[in-house]
Write a protein that binds this ligand. Structure first.
Ligand code: ZN
Length: 404
């Protein structure tokens, strides 16, 4: 048994009660340990001496509960500050942030630990530190998000500025606008200016999109120069800006044929180079134009282009960049009028082939003889040449039909 300073313990205890009143006025923290401590102190005060163990037990309880009250205080401050700070954020945004959800989860869990008295066993600091980490991560996310929003806002402002500068929309009368704002010259008719402006807008959209995702676009500089030239209204400046623009674009060129070449095959491959990943328009004679995708390497290749006998004109241009100079590549090819089946006879009917009937003539892929399609039909779809069992035939649209 040992003498002890009851006054000292009592004063420590009343200090604890005050602290609890201050930090936890609603008694959120599990109250039992506080009651037990009070009972232990009442028990001690009945005698002048006590077991050493009992005294140190009371002292331990006092310091433990003081420590826990400070922890609860730290937790509450952390929680209150956080929820006050996020008041202005949209619920939608919060619901999508995993850090926010984690903060919510830990807050609830720690509060439950205090309410149910689990803190007595496990201690709280590790969970509070975890909570602090999530709050920090959430704040970093907010900062990143705000930077992104600012960037988007800037892009929008820029786009608006450009739109304002060229406030004539596609639907309104561009030509009227140009007539009022530019003095027409032999170089630049209102129609021509409208075409250049349209080309400008088309590429400007791509440049803006690339800017948003942070990708470099080689058209940014020439477009900017073209914009300034258009705004100045000086035809010389516009001409120079267009020349400057052309320098960064690969021109359309055909490599497979020389101009005015004479060929014998009806089907010709057209190959060449142009600006990568753009679309070319190719018109053969009066046929409706074909759309050709230029490969990433800058090459394009159109197989089996059917020619007419005599002169052929193949027009090729890059629609995306036609506004720069309106120049179309024109290839002239002469298909020599040579029908390889002329002078031959159908093996079944012995009828001479006539060039006007070319669409009715087929050529056996096995023996390479020509015959009328009805002769093959009459022969159970088998080649009509003696001793040939060929069952596959080329028609005049196939290159092999014309090959010698
Ligand atoms: Zn045959």
């Amino acid at each position: 048994m040992q003498k002890f300073n009851l006054q000292h313990i009592k004063s420590d205890y009343s200090h604890l009660v005050e602290l609890r009143q201050q930090i936890d006025p609603q008694s959120t923290i599990y109250p039992i340990p506080f009651q037990e401590l009070r009972e232990d102190i009442t028990e001690l005060s009945k005698s002048k001496t006590a077991a050493e163990e009992d005294i140190s037990n009371v002292q331990l309880q006092l310091s433990a509960l003081r420590e826990y009250l400070h922890q609860f205080d730290a937790f509450q401050r952390l929680q209150n500050n956080f929820f006050k700070e996020i008041e202005s954020y949209e619920d939608d945004f919060l619901a999508k942030s995993q850090h926010y959800l984690a903060v919510q989860h830990y807050t609830q869990e720690i509060r439950d630990d205090f309410t149910n008295g689990r803190y007595i066993i496990g201690g709280i600091y590790p969970s509070i530190q975890q909570l602090e980490r999530h709050i920090k991560a959430f704040k970093q996310q907010i900062v990143a998000q705000q930077a992104e929003e600012e960037r988007e806002q800037q892009q929008k402002e820029w786009a608006n500025k450009i739109a304002e500068t060229f406030r004539v929309s596609e639907s309104s009368n561009v030509i009227e606008y140009v007539k009022n704002n530019f003095s027409p010259t032999p170089d630049f008719s209102p129609e021509r200016i409208a075409q250049i402006k349209k080309g400008y807008h088309r590429h400007q959209k791509e440049v803006l999109m690339d800017m948003v995702i942070g990708r470099k676009n080689k058209l940014a500089q020439p477009l900017d120069r073209l914009k300034k030239a258009l705004l100045s209204g000086h035809t010389k400046a516009i001409n120079l800006a267009l020349q400057n623009f052309k320098k960064v674009i690969a021109p359309v060129a055909i490599s497979s044929h020389k101009n005015y070449k004479r060929v014998q095959l009806k089907l010709q491959d057209i190959e060449g180079t142009a600006e990568p990943l753009t679309t070319l328009h190719m018109a053969v004679n009066d046929d409706p134009p074909l759309h050709i995708k230029v490969e990433k390497s800058g090459k394009f290749n159109v197989k089996d282009v059917p020619l007419v006998f005599g002169e052929n004109t193949i027009q090729l241009y890059n629609e995306d960049f036609l506004f720069l100079d309106n120049r179309r590549y024109v290839l002239h090819i002469h298909l020599e009028e040579k029908y390889p089946f002329i002078g031959l006879y159908d093996p079944l009917t012995q009828k001479a082939f006539e060039r006007e009937e070319v669409s009715m003539i087929v050529r056996c892929t096995t023996c390479r003889n020509y015959m009328y399609d009805f002769s093959v039909e009459d022969n159970d779809d088998v080649c009509a040449s003696p001793r040939c069992d060929g069952k596959k035939f080329n028609r005049h649209k196939d290159t092999a039909f014309w090959a010698e």
